[in-house]
Design a protein around this ligand. Sequence first.
Ligand code: KG4
Ligand code: ZN
Length: 340
Amino acid sequence: MIVLGIESSCDETGAAAYCSKRGLVAHALHSQVDLHAVYGGVVPEIASRDHLRRLLPLVKQVLSEANVPRPDAIAYTAGPGLVGALMVGGGVASGLGLAWNCPVIAVHHMEGHLLAPMLEDAPPPFPFLALLVSGGHTMLIEVTGLGQYALLGTTLDDAVGEAFDKTAKLLGLGYPGGPALARLAEAGDDERYALPRPMVTRPGYDFSFSGLKTAVMLEVQKAERVGDLAARRADFAASFQRAAVDTLVTRTLKAARNKCLDRIVVAGGVGANRLLRTDMARRFDGDVYYPRMEFCTDNAAMIALAGMLRAKQARPAGEVRAQPRWSLETLVPPHVCQRT
Ligand code: KG4
Ligand code: ZN
C-alpha cells in the first residue's frame, strides 16, 4: 500500500510517498521562506497562493520517484494551521482522491510532528514523553500509544519557536529567526547575560516564554543606549538560547521523572536546535529520539507516515476538512473511531 502525504499548513509545501513495505519512498519540499522574508513573517494569502502553484508539481515528482502511477490513499494536513493554506492541501487531496477513486485521510499536523521520529531506523517504542516545540506550540505530552495523548503542559503565552523568532527580530536577524539566532549563538558567550528560566521552579509542566523575551528586550535596549549592541549580538543570542533550552530540558526531565518514562521524543521545528538535542541527550538517563534535521521542520513525510498509521480512518474523497484550531488531545486511536 502507498500513501501519498500532502503538507500545506503554513509556509512549506510538501508531498511524500510512504509504502507499507518499503517505508518512505519519496519526499519533496518547497519552502516559501524567500516569499515571506520581505514581510518579516508569514503572509497567509501569499502562502495559500504559493501552495496552489507548487503542490501538483511536487505530487507528480514524488509519484514518479516512488515509481507508482497513483497512491492507494491520500493523507493531508487538515489542521491546525492557516485556514486558506490548509484548504489548498485539502482541496488538492480531495480532487486527486475523486480523480483516482482513492480515499483520503485527514491528519493532525502535530501528530505528524510527534510521529516523525518513527521515520528513522530506530523508532521509539510506546510509551514515551514527547516534547513538541514549534512556531505555534510548546507541549509536553505523555504518549501511551497511537492517538493516546495526555497533555501534561503547554505554554501560557508564546511558543518557544515564536520566542526564538521574536528575539531574532530584535537582534536584527531575518525571518525565520530561529535557525539564524542559533547560528549567531555559536560565536557568543552564553553566560554574558543572566536571563530568567521562566516557570522552572513552579509546580506542573507548563511553560512561559514572554518574560524571557522581555528580559532580552530590556538588556538589548540598555546595550543600544551605550552603543554596545553590535558587539554584543552574539552574546545575546547565546544567552537567550541557553535560557530557552535550559527551561525546555529542565521541565521535560521533571515530567519524565514523575511519569516514570525512560524515553523522550523531541520533535517540531525547534527540535532542529543543536543545543537542545545535545543537552537533552546529555542530561537524560534514558533514550532520546529525534527526527532527522529535515523532518523536524514542516514536511510531508511525517504526514504520509501518520496517514499510513491511520489508514483505517480513510474516507471516500469529497469533503475538504480544514481546522485551523484542533487540540491534539481530541484524537483517539484509529480503531476507536473512524473519524478524528
Ligand atoms: O514545526 P515548524 O517548521 O512549523 C510550525 O509548525 O510552527 O517550526 C518552525 C519554528 C520556527 O519558529 C523556527 O524559528 C523554529 O521552528 N526553528 C528553530 C530552529 N530551526 C527552526 N528554532 C531554534 N533553532 C533552530 N535550529
Ligand atoms: Zn509544524
